[in-house]
Ligand binder design. Structure first.
Ligand code: FMN
Ligand code: SF4
Ligand code: SF4
Length: 473
């Protein structure tokens, strides 16, 4: 049985598993956090506590995509609007009842040494296992010199982290804002300030949409709006990139808690492969509830078992060195699109994509006749169109197919003249056709041996040493 416990994350934080709730509405009070621990979460970063604040109404908006609700969530919420006393009293209670779970206090106070010393001491006295400095909140608090106003300036990040470290007895994590051109500059500053770990990322500045009748962007607060913080599945690629940037930089790398669009165990594994020791989740829990952790823990264990990994440390960070600069990529690596005639449904999507969006090398010029070898029988294009309309946006399946094929209550094999042909000499291997094809594994990208050794841009322009593995045939 794989061991998914967290051992001494950032020096001293242990937890029954790496799945933590991010500082947000799901960690707003002790009662919620206890329910979350009962549901299976290994840790919780308490909703940020600090100066008393007032929240506005409304405060959330979202982007939906093709029937999927909340692909991205936007909020203009500030930190906890419950008093510091109330939060810390509950924190002490939860820690007493759940001594083996990780409780991290997320903190944000005015930028002066005494205020930070005081809040650090109070949070640790309440039993927090670690501290997370919220230098990331992009709205409201930043206007008052806190949150991302600190996290966008390396000098402030280093200085306040160092103040906190003067007092802290538990590990100090700095939560980073993505609203910066190079996240490594802030991660390095946190490290110079003595941080024991990092959390990345906080929310991304956003305006999710505008009401076309009132012209007011969402969320609407009495006729006005404000830029908010974006999170949820839509931000995962941005978060993964930033985590890789940090973990690939020796001056920035620290134990890291990965955040941003994690909804499944697969998402969590991806963050871990890029170096995260724990992961934090907010939007998926706001959408589906605490119970999502069950699938996450089980999925992670199953995957580790299938790969023969005994602990998270066995695979953590394995993908970090697989990201490199463009100039180190092999210019002579060549792949081309291959269409599986037995699977193709003749929907024409790849042909249109290649002609209008790529390199005009997929042709519909085959003659009428049966496919070469036994064809898979499948639904008609019209049936597939009906089915995929709910999951694929604007599927431009050819209209002329619809009437004739709909009358034919498939399944049927696609005639050869409906199956596109790839001109391999023209194909640039961009992947677009494989990305748009609605049939699994119908278009595969196949390696072709160009007969030339690997060569990078650096080598081509400077004659530098070979930096990539030799090409395999
Ligand atoms: C409504 C809402 C409130 C949040 N409040 C806080 C907060 O008080 N402190 C903080 O550090 N992050 C806060 N966050 C950011 C989350 O902790 C997390 O970094 C972000 O949502 C990305 O994770 P996700 O994609 O899983 O939602 C908040 C996010 C949301 C949606
Ligand atoms: S990989 Fe790109 S260029 Fe090649 S056939 Fe597909 S879309 Fe066209
Ligand atoms: S997109 Fe796929 S299924 Fe549709 S025609 Fe091209 S290869 Fe066939």
């Amino acid at each position: 049985m794989p061991d998914i416990r967290v051992h001494q994350f950032a020096g001293r934080i242990d937890a029954p598993n790496p799945f933590w709730l991010a500082s947000a509405p799901p960690t707003n009070c002790g009662e919620q956090i206890m329910r979350a621990f009962d549901a299976g979460w290994g840790g919780a970063v308490w909703k940020t506590i600090g100066e008393p604040v007032t929240n506005v109404c409304s405060r959330y908006s979202a982007t939906d995509w093709n029937g999927q609700r909340m692909m991205g969530l936007n909020n203009i919420e500030l930190i906890s609007d419950r008093s510091v006393e109330e939060n810390l009293r509950e924190m002490a209670l939860v820690k007493k009842r759940y001594p083996y779970h990780a409780i991290i206090a997320s903190l944000m106070v005015a930028s002066n040494r005494e205020a930070w010393h005081e809040i650090v001491q109070r949070a640790e006295d309440a039993g927090a296992d670690g501290l997370e400095l919220n230098f990331g909140c992009p709205h409201g608090m930043s206007e008052r010199g806190m949150g991302s106003a600190v996290g966008q300036v390396p000098e402030y990040t280093e200085m306040i982290t160092a103040w906190v470290k003067e007092k802290a007895r538990t590990p100090v994590l700095v939560k980073l804002t993505p609203n910066i051109s190079d996240i490594r500059t802030i991660a390095r500053a946190a490290k110079r300030g003595g941080a024991d770990g990092l959390s990345a990322i906080n929310t991304i500045n956003s305006i999710t949409g505008i009401d076309l009748d009132t012209f007011v962007p969402r969320p609407n607060v009495d006729g006005k709006s404000s830029h908010g913080g974006y999170c949820g599945p839509a931000v995962k690629p941005i978060a993964l990139n930033m985590v890789q940037q940090i973990m690939g930089d020796p001056e920035a790398a620290l134990p890291l808690s990965g955040i941003g669009g994690i909804s499944t165990w697969r998402d969590a594994v991806e963050f871990m492969l890029l170096g995260a020791g724990t992961v934090q989740v907010c939007t998926a829990v706001m959408h589906y509830g605490y119970r999502v952790v069950e699938d996450m823990a089980e999925g992670l264990e199953n995957w580790m078992r299938s790969k023969g990994f005994a602990t998270i440390e066995d695979f953590r960070g394995l993908s970090v060195p697989k990201v490199t600069e463009w100039k180190h990529l092999n210019l002579n690596y060549k792949i081309v699109a291959h269409i599986n005639e037995q699977k193709c449904i003749g929907c024409d999507l790849c042909h249109i994509a290649c002609w209008d969006g790529a390199h005009q090398c997929i042709h519909l010029d085959r003659v009428e006749g049966p496919v070469d070898g036994p064809a898979e029988v499948h639904d008609t294009p019209a049936m597939i169109e009906d089915r995929t309309r709910t999951s694929i946006a604007c599927t431009p399946v050819t209209r002329k197919e619809r009437t004739a094929a709909a009358a034919n209550h498939g399944p049927y094999p696609t005639p050869l003249n409906k199956i596109p042909r790839v001109d391999e000499t023209e194909c640039v291997g961009c992947n677009l056709c494989a990305l748009v094809c609605p049939v699994d594994n119908c278009i595969t990208m196949v390696r072709v041996d160009g007969g030339v050794p690997a060569e990078t841009w650096d080598q081509r322009t400077h004659g530098a040493e070979c930096a990539v593995e030799p090409q395999r045939s």
